[in-house]
Design a binder for this molecule. Structure first.
Ligand SMILES: *[C@@H]1O[C@H](CO)[C@@H](O)[C@H](O)[C@H]1NC(C)=O
Ligand SMILES: *[C@@H]1O[C@H](CO)[C@@H](O)[C@H](O)[C@H]1NC(C)=O
Ligand SMILES: *[C@@H]1O[C@H](CO)[C@@H](O)[C@H](O)[C@H]1NC(C)=O
Ligand SMILES: *[C@@H]1O[C@H](CO)[C@@H](O)[C@H](O)[C@H]1NC(C)=O
Ligand SMILES: *[C@@H]1O[C@H](CO)[C@@H](O)[C@H](O)[C@H]1NC(C)=O
Ligand SMILES: *[C@@H]1O[C@H](CO)[C@@H](O)[C@H](O)[C@H]1NC(C)=O
Ligand SMILES: CC(=O)N[C@H]1CO[C@H](CO)[C@@H](O)[C@@H]1O
Length: 816
């Protein structure tokens, strides 16, 4: 989250000597001709023929000559390149072909750039290399190139949470049942790496590593092969030209090993599939058993990120490797900001996920932390399972006690020494401004805006009306001025506690804030203290949509409802790297092995873990069946039995929560499921306006775009929810088609029930479906008539109720 993960968004513009990042294979030298096999000659001829023409023009001097790291994406892998014996050969052949492509456009005097950085060759084809903008534009005309884009930096989207999720299913997590459940399900985590010594990754009681596993445990100076075990079965890292030259020392510190130096990857991996660790806590807070969704899940770590963020080119390589290694689920708590998500085929996560999904691997991604504004959701391709974040029923309260005896509830996590016994002078930041500083800056506790002489030893109240000054900055400013503590008045990140380490900190809402300010005004010598953080269990209501969670609708298409689903992402306790930063560890204590973190980053692995749980018990289910099962059975009510709310207490809509909160136990028996096929995804791309030629390059299956390919047909993709971006009030009713597959008892009857807002007329045809042994699949239509509906988004649901199960399909219809 905001302060926990302050990853600046950078467009990577590396100017790095190429040698350092050259892929370590001998085949890169230009003397390969002698060892060419006939197949290789063919490939090279094929690749190089159209290039002679470009060779000439490429030498014309051009303005932007500074090479950047580019991804050259070339669509589906040829079938021979996945698995099979000749794999090594095929890789080398491909790499030679790519080098040949490069040498045809890169001037010979810069031959050091004629080298492939990442070679994508398992799940899909392509490579990355250092190219000038001009060379990239030349290459984009190559017949085999689907898209080419400069490497982008993606951001990391930064216990009780599992018990909360499972408890809500009406069946408290039966520990013995879960513990006993052996599992060969493998979750690949693409993130900042892993801290293998964490107790969450011990492999006690686990069986042998699944024999189908083809991954590796890469050794490094600080990472031994023996750091992998039957829990952490694989660990890879990548050398990537990530950062500008100036910061190379920082880069080299964090790369070159699968070890996590940030903590994000360790936290996420342990939430998804960590072992049970009894008596885990964050310095006493949130004490309980930490674990993943199914403690017997195997984890493979792919380190594609450093503290600066994640290179898209490297994420692609990590996904390519994960698919080859044999993971079942890929968990990615990373994304572009929604503003930068402009095209599915320029987005490394969308490209990688497409091919992973095609090969049967479920890809689960975080929605992003850019809420609460609408249109902020990221990772929205329909082949991605997109996760929003919610709170759980545990809050961290840190109240303010004023000199007049009144207390106000605040929230924060602190390990300060203040207590009820002693109060301190209380000041409003605006009244203690440094000389020549406008009060408007001081009230928000801008850096340099406070007068240390007037602040030292006091508790300072900072306003929150300028969101550009984060809580972390306010805390640092006040702490620097030698104050005793800080009270932040703000509705931003309401309910998401800030971890201020040993400095006394709390956040109060505007109501409490104005009363505290009135108190300051009303008395000569106002005083206050900030009470220790207390854990409030069974907090209601919960879950509540997290303030930061990115909201739909998607910017790229509103005809798929996004985010898909919600899972816990506020103050999640999970494994952490031992960090000994000043001020973060209470005096006399050792760094914690666990930490409380917030973000959709924390929500995503809950869904990955839930999917692993389902996969373990339903091994034959495909990724789209698992997603559908989780979506149609999601919870829609909070622990007060009321519809979900957002952090300002309004009823939350599906652009905030998707179809609802995950309910893994219920998802084991969904009754009916919506299967979404690769063909559906290819149709989606047709409807989105990509050319048939491009789309054909993405998949080896035989495919033609439907004759009429318009955007509104996207609503007809067989997805487990329904979204219509434009329903004109004057048009006829819009008819949407869906097909369900019965995965429940053979003989069962389902009846449709509609819940829709007044004015929107929704009809289902047929209203009743009878499944038999011979009839496993059935189609139905839903018509939406908006003549009398309210303008704007109308939300509701169609629920198929059978004897035992109900199947809820959420819809959102934008009436114009
Ligand atoms: C756990 O496994 C053992 C041995 O396989 C079995 O006897 C026992 O019933 C199982 N316990 C549960 C709760 O499933
Ligand atoms: C290198 O890192 C430092 C510290 O994070 C930062 O202030 C500086 O701007 C970075 N330099 C470049 C060239 O990005
Ligand atoms: C849990 O850990 C704390 C110290 O962190 C210790 O005092 C306590 O005895 C432990 N409880 C159990 C049940 O192991
Ligand atoms: C405090 O008093 C000042 C001046 O007397 C006034 O401008 C301000 O609005 C008051 N603030 C509050 C919160 O009452
Ligand atoms: C909560 O929902 C209301 C109504 O849709 C909206 O106006 C408000 O901005 C939302 N607030 C948050 C913090 O999500
Ligand atoms: C399903 O119904 C058919 C015909 O009504 C019957 O023959 C069959 O035994 C039933 N199967 C199950 C599993 O109930
Ligand atoms: C949870 C926690 O450790 N909170 C600390 C906040 O500060 C007080 C000091 O007054 C400690 O006692 C609490 O333990």
């Amino acid at each position: 989250m905001e302060e926990g993960l302050t990853y600046a968004f950078l467009i990577c513009n590396p100017i790095i000597p190429q040698e350092k990042y050259r892929v370590q294979t001998s085949s890169q030298t230009p003397h390969f001709q002698s060892s060419m096999t006939p197949f290789l000659v063919l490939v090279l001829l094929f690749v190089s023929l159209p290039w002679h023409w470009h060779l000439i023009s490429a030498n014309t001097p051009l303005p932007n000559q500074i090479p950047k790291h580019y991804v050259v994406y070339m669509g589906a892998a040829s079938s021979s390149s996945v698995n099979g014996d000749g794999e090594e050969d095929a890789q080398q052949v491909a790499e030679l072909a790519y080098s040949q492509m490069l040498s045809s456009i890169i001037p010979s005097k810069e031959s050091e750039r004629i080298s492939v950085i990442h070679n994508y060759n398992h799940a899909f084809r392509g490579f990355s290399a250092m190219l000038t903008d001009y060379e990239a534009s030349v290459l984009s005309g190559h017949s085999e190139v689907v898209s080419i884009f400069a490497d982008k930096m993606l951001q990391l989207h930064t216990t009780r949470s599992w018990d909360f999720v499972e408890g809500r299913a009406g069946r408290l997590a039966n520990q013995k049942f879960l513990d006993n459940l052996s599992s060969d399900v493998i979750i690949g985590v693409v993130d900042t790496g892993i801290w293998p010594e964490s107790p969450s990754f011990n492999d006690e009681g686990l069986g042998e590593v699944p024999s189908r596993w083809k991954g590796v445990c890469m050794a490094a100076k600080d990472f031994k092969k023996s750091n992998c075990n039957r829990k952490l079965i694989g660990a890879r890292y990548y050398e990537t030209p990530l950062t500008p030259k100036a910061n190379q020392s920082r880069l080299s510190k964090s790369s070159g090993s699968p070890r996590d130096s940030v903590g994000h990857g360790t936290h996420v991996a342990s939430t998804a599939g960590g072992a049970r660790v009894a008596n885990a806590s964050y310095f006493g807070l949130a004490r309980g058993t930490a674990r993943g969704g199914l403690p017997s899940t195997r984890i493979a770590s792919y380190k594609a990120c450093a503290s600066e963020g994640c290179s898209g080119a490297t994420i692609l390589k990590a996904i390519d490797d994960a698919v080859k290694d044999g993971v079942d689920i890929i968990s990615i708590s990373i994304g572009l900001t929604s503003l930068d998500e402009s095209d599915y085929l320029d987005d490394p996560i969308a490209i990688g996920a497409f091919h992973a999904e095609e090969k049967g691997v479920l890809v689960v991604c975080s929605a992003g932390n850019d809420g609460p504004d609408p249109h902020t959701v990221g990772n929205t391709a329909p082949w991605i399972f997109t996760v929003a974040a919610s709170s759980i029923d545990r809050h961290f309260q840190s109240s303010v006690l004023l000199g007049n005896g009144k207390t106000y509830k605040g929230f924060a996590i602190n390990f300060s020494e203040l207590s009820r016994k002693k109060t301190y002078p209380l000041v409003f930041a605006q009244d203690v401004a440094a000389n020549f500083t406008p009060g408007s800056e001081a009230r928000n506790c801008y850096p340099g805006s406070l007068d240390p002489k007037k602040v030292a030893g006091k508790i300072v109240v900072c306003a929150g009306d300028d969101p550009t000054v984060s809580r972390r900055v306010k805390k640092l400013v006040v702490e620097d001025a030698k104050a005793k503590g800080v009270i932040v008045i703000s509705e931003v990140l309401n309910g998401v506690p800030f971890d201020s380490g040993v400095f006394a900190f709390t956040q109060v809402n505007n109501d409490a804030g104005s009363q505290i300010l009135e108190y300051i005004n009303s008395t000569k010598k106002p005083t206050a203290t900030i009470l220790p953080t207390v854990e409030v269990p069974r907090y209601r209501p919960a879950p509540v949509v997290a303030y930061f969670s990115s909201r739909g609708p998607s910017r790229l298409t509103e005809n798929i409802l996004k985010p898909d689903i919600m899972a816990p992402g506020v103050s999640i306790l999970a494994a952490m790297i031992p960090k000994n930063e000043p001020g973060s560890v209470p005096f006399g204590k050792k760094p914690s092995q666990f930490a409380l973190k917030s973000g959709t980053s924390m929500a995503c692995p809950h869904v990955s873990g839930a999917a692993a749980f389902i996969k373990a018990l339903r091994p034959r289910w495909t990724s789209s069946i698992i997603r559908s099962a989780l979506m149609t059975t999601a919870s829609t009510f909070n622990n007060l039995g009321k519809p979900f709310t957002n952090s300002s207490d309004y009823i939350a809509n599906p652009h905030e929560v998707g179809v609802g909160e995950i309910n893994p136990f219920k998802a084991l028996n969904p009754g009916l499921v919506f299967e979404t096929s690769t063909t559906n995804y290819l149709q989606f791309l047709c409807f989105n306006g990509y050319t048939e030629k491009t789309i054909k390059a993405l998949s080896s299956i035989k495919f033609n775009c439907p004759k009429s390919s318009v955007e509104e047909f996207i609503s007809n993709i067989n997805y487990p929810s329904i979204s219509i971006s434009q329903l004109n009030r004057h048009e006829h009713a819009r008819v949407i088609k869906r097909t369900v597959t019965n995965v429940g008892a053979a003989n069962s009857t389902y009846i449709a029930n509609v819940q829709s807002p007044p004015g929107l007329v929704v009809k289902v045809f047929p209203e009743k479906i009878i499944f038999t042994k011979g009839l496993k699949k059935a189609s139905f239509q839903v018509s939406f008539d908006g003549k009398k509906a309210q303008k704007g988004y109308n939300f509701g649901s169609v629920t198929w109720s059978g004897e035992r199960y109900s199947v809820r399909v959420v819809f959102g219809v934008n009436v114009e």
